[in-house]
Design a protein around this ligand. Structure first.
Ligand SMILES: Nc1nc2c(ncn2[C@@H]2O[C@H](COP(=O)(O)OP(=O)(O)O)[C@@H](O)[C@H]2O)c(=O)[nH]1
Ligand SMILES: [Mg+2]
Length: 226
């Protein structure tokens, strides 16, 4: 008889994450896990992104914060469905919190599922949620040294968004240093310079998102009669 032992929290998390990924595939949606420090612009970017994806593509958001429903309230006017998870003391979301939330979303109507992870650059990187892609944000005010200081999350990223690019020239920020540090970690990593304020980089980001969805689930957006 084969006895399998779930060794630790990470093992059991990975089992649920795999199931989540199967559900996303079966329901024909793409799931993106947004990871960054608090305040780097995740919620603002999601507001602008979902607004631009509407009405052709429907989005849902699962947002994790230690406390409050503030981000959910900000996203509610844009997304078809929003679930806020309060993690209490936990610095990241777990796959089982995603799987429980999926039960509350009409997945067959959703094209993009955005997961706004709890703001920090360390723990969210360790916990697979079943997402198709990890989107890591770094904002200009955080400084140009952060890629080298937090390499793990940048190594795991499928794309890096350099946010608040409108502040270039206002703040000291050595873009070449960031590019060189990213190149050392992963030379094929895509970086988009973006601003929710000025709109710079938004077209490139939206085109990337649509191309990723096409790659993973096919061309058609799901038509939902209003
Ligand atoms: N200058 C500038 N400020 C931004 C931009 N995006 C967000 N912010 C501001 O940054 C702060 C934190 O944004 P928020 O979206 O809540 O970040 P989150 O904690 O990562 O979700 C807010 O005051 C936003 O108005 C941007 O592109 N440019
Ligand atoms: Mg937020």
């Amino acid at each position: 008889m084969k006895i399998s032992v779930v060794k630790n929290v990470l093992d059991s998390n990975n089992i649920v994450a795999r199931k989540n990924r199967e559900i996303f595939k079966e329901k024909g949606l793409i799931a993106l896990n947004l990871i960054s420090s608090p305040g780097s612009g995740k919620t603002t970017l999601l507001q602008k992104t979902i607004d631009r994806l509407n009405p052709a593509h429907k989005s849902a958001v699962i947002v994790g914060d230690l406390q409050t429903t503030r981000d959910a309230e900000r996203l509610e006017p844009f997304a078809k469905e929003v679930i806020q998870i309060n993690t209490g003391m936990s610095c990241h979301l777990y796959a089982n919190q995603i799987s429980e939330s999926l039960g509350q979303i009409t997945l067959k109507e959703i094209d993009f599922l955005f997961i706004e992870n709890v703001g920090n650059m360390v723990c969210p990187g360790e916990f697979d949620l079943g997402e198709n892609l990890k989107v890591v944000l770094l904002s200009l005010p955080e400084g140009d040294d952060k890629v080298a200081k937090y390499p793990t999350i940048f190594r795991a990223a499928d794309i890096v968004l350099l946010t608040k690019i409108d502040l270039m020239g206002v703040l000291k920020f050595d873009l070449k240093r960031v590019m060189a540090d990213l190149e050392k970690l992963n030379s094929s990593l895509k970086l988009i310079k973006i601003s929710s304020e000025s709109g710079e980089g938004m077209d490139e980001w939206l085109n990337w998102l649509k191309a990723q969805r096409k790659k993973s689930v096919g061309v058609q957006a799901k038509f939902i009669p209003e």
